[in-house]
Each structure stands twice: as C-alpha cells, then as structure tokens.
Design a protein around this ligand. Structure first.
Ligand SMILES: Cc1ncc(COP(=O)(O)O)c(C=O)c1O
Length: 384
C-alpha cells in the first residue's frame, strides 16, 4: 500500500537528536485523550459537530482560552485556527492600514514571516537579550508612525519568550502599556506558551489582564503547545468591538468558526476537565526535561557559555563565548549527532543558540547534552 506523502512537518535525520524545531515530542501528544474526546464529542453533539460552527467558536473552548488570560471571560474570546492563522488575520488588517509591526530584538522568526508575507513591514527594536529597552521602543514607535502615518503594532512575547524563554517583568509590561496608551501603539501579545509554567514563581499577568477591555491589546492563545499542534485551535482575546468585527468577517460568515469539528472535540475535553489534567501532567514532564538539560549543560559546558534556566515554555537559551559562531557550532554539533536552532535565526546580533527541551524524552536529552558539550569543547579549542 502506498503510504502517501509525509504526514508531519520536519525531516528526521538518522543519527541526529534534533532540538531545533519547537515541536513537542510525540510521547507528549495526548493520543488517547483525543481519541476518547473525539468519540464522545461525535456521540454527544452528532450533526452539530459536523455543521458550520458558531462564528465565535464553541463556548467551553472560549472559556478554556479565557482561563489563560485572567480578567477575561469567554465573551472576550474568539476561537482561532491557532496563533499563526490569527497573526495572518491581524496582519491583513495592518497591511490595509499601511501600519508597520515592531518586534523585540530577538523574536519568533516565523511570526515575522507571516507579517512579511501579508506585506507588513517589520522593524526589530534594538535592546537587551532578556528585556525590552523602552527608550528604544518609544523612538521606534515615533519613527514608524511618522513613516506610515499610523501608529505601528508591537508583536511581543512577554511570557516564556521564543527563543529565550524569558519572562518580562510586571514593571516593564506596565511601561509598555503606558507607551501604547500615549502613542496608539497596538500590542499583539503572543501567549503561546502561557499554560506551561513549571516553577512556583509567580508569572506577571498578561498585557490584556493588566488593562482588560483595552482596544490596544490583542492576546493570542494557542493550544498547539499545551495540547497538540495538529489540532489548529486557539483563541484571541481582544476588545468586544474588534471581536465583533472579526466574527462578522466574510470568512466566518461563510465558513463559521474555524476548524469546528476539532474545536468541538477540544471544547468537550475542556468541559470534562481533561485538558487541565493533561496540561498539569505536561508541565511536570517539561520541568523534568528542562532540569536534565540545564543540569548537564551548566556543569559540563566549557567556560564562556551561559545557560539560562527558563521557568516555563519549550526553550532553553545558551549564550556563546565571543569567539564561537552559532552556525559554525551547529555544523560541529551535527557532526556529533545533535542539532539546535542558531540564535541568528531570531534576530541580528544574537550570540546564542535555542534548544527545545520538549522535543525528546529524558534519556535522549541527556545524550543530546553530552553531544553538545563535546561539540562545544571542540569549538572552544578551534575557536570556530
Ligand atoms: C511564539 C510562537 N507563536 C506561535 C506559534 C505557532 O502557533 P500555532 O501553532 O498556534 O499557529 C509558535 C510555534 O512554534 C510559537 O513559538
């Protein structure tokens, strides 16, 4: 039987443990949960699950999304087909206005790609690796407003940043909101990893929660990282006028809420409390994996490397010594059987690499760390 084309993104390279892509390890994907939820949902909702869905998305799904953004209720949420799709929707509107999008100095490269593909100009705001320089942000807002005649938007990941894993302080979040209030800057908050905090330390509220109901913030929640990327389900939290306009958009009027059957299955799982249980387990599994990788790398990497311990999400950021180039280290690492995402993918001048500790199990992670350490020692000897 012809097995057909590949079913998933990414190529598996024999002999290489790949910590590059932000994919969850197949062992973390809730196959049994989804099988049961799909079967129960079709039994319970029958033809309702197979018709055009309500434009806003099913209520239990919206409630699950709202729970990630304190202060919001299901009324402030529109279901989406995930964050990439929501970014595309927002980018289409920004392109029509001629508005630019500012990004953090290091940012999720594929979000930049979505904006660029919709014809939106993006500008990286210079600043430190683990923070946002608000003086530079103000300058960039002024410049972009002058160039395009309308205030820009800022695409920002305050919580469990991709690629650095950083959490932005509450003070900085408030400062950014103040800049938005003073200038009309719109904030697109990517909250993709928000459910995946695994340390007891408090994470500051998302931007939307610090100014609930404001027109200046749109917060995007994804179920790709806390449940499964193949579902293509998420939610957008925004002011009611924006949500009203988007839910009456021709695409929804014609096709209903996106991915309605999948959304119904996820909504059922949410209503039964199965999602919360799964996410709680996942946090534990991710914490164990983070600890293995951080522990191995902190004790064994040569001088000059810095290992930042993230308190949530999928990614660990390793800073490189001045003489080591990220892509040269990648080539050496792949020769030893491990791969990662070079930092320069996420912004100019990044001196580091991103490792995804969600992408394989504890044993493979320990092996991957050993290989990376070997590659780093070789690199330090030859100052590649
Ligand atoms: C920061 C960030 N935003 C969005 C996405 C994609 O989200 P979705 O699968 O909901 O489109 C990713 C996936 O890697 C991500 O890291």
């Amino acid at each position: 039987v012809d097995p057909g084309p590949p079913w998933t993104q990414g190529d598996r390279r024999p002999g290489i443990i790949d910590l590059g892509p932000g994919y969850p390890d197949p062992d973390l994907l809730p196959v049994d949960l989804m099988r049961e939820a799909a079967s129960e949902a079709i039994q319970r909702y029958g033809v309702e699950a197979l018709s055009y869905g309500v434009n806003t998305g099913p209520a239990p799904l919206r409630a699950f999304v709202a729970a990630q953004v304190p202060g919001s209720t299901g009324v402030d949420v529109l279901s989406t087909a995930g964050t990439s799709s929501a970014l595309s929707t927002l980018a289409t509107r920004l392109a029509r206005e001629g508005a630019a999008v500012l990004t953090e100095s290091l940012t999720y490269d594929l979000a930049v790609r979505v904006f660029a593909d919709r014809g939106v100009r993006t500008v990286a705001v210079p600043g430190p690796l683990h923070d946002i320089d608000t003086r530079q942000l103000r300058l960039a807002v002024d410049r972009a407003s002058r160039v395009s005649g309308v205030p820009p938007a800022l695409y920002v990941m305050p919580t469990f940043h991709n690629p650095t894993g950083r959490v932005l302080s509450r003070e900085r979040r408030i400062e950014i909101l103040e800049i938005a209030e003073g200038t009309g800057l719109r904030l697109i908050e990517d909250h993709a990893y928000s459910a995946l905090g695994f340390d007891a330390a408090e994470v500051p509220e998302p931007l939307w929660s610090l100014a609930p109901g404001t027109r200046l913030v749109t917060t995007l929640v994804s179920l790709s990282k806390c449940l499964a990327p193949g579902l293509r389900v998420g939610g957008m939290v925004a002011d009611r006028e924006t949500l009203g306009r988007l839910s009456e958009d021709g695409e929804r009027l014609s096709g209903g809420g996106p991915n309605h059957f999948t959304s119904a299955v996820v909504a059922h799982a949410a209503a039964e409390g199965l999602l919360e249980e799964h996410v709680a387990r996942l946090r534990e599994q991710l914490r164990e994996r983070r600890d293995i990788l951080v522990g191995e790398l902190r004790t064994r990497l040569p001088d000059g490397y810095t290992v930042t311990q993230p308190s949530g999400g999928f990614f660990l950021w390793v800073g490189l010594p001045a003489q080591v180039d990220d892509r040269a280290l990648l080539a050496e690492a792949e020769r030893t059987g491990v791969s990662f995402a070079p930092g320069s993918r996420f912004g100019a001048g990044a001196r580091g690499i991103r490792l995804c500790f969600a992408s394989c199990g504890p044993q493979a992670l320990a092996v991957a760390a050993g290989r990376l350490v070997r590659a780093a020692h070789t690199a330090s000897r030859s100052t590649i």
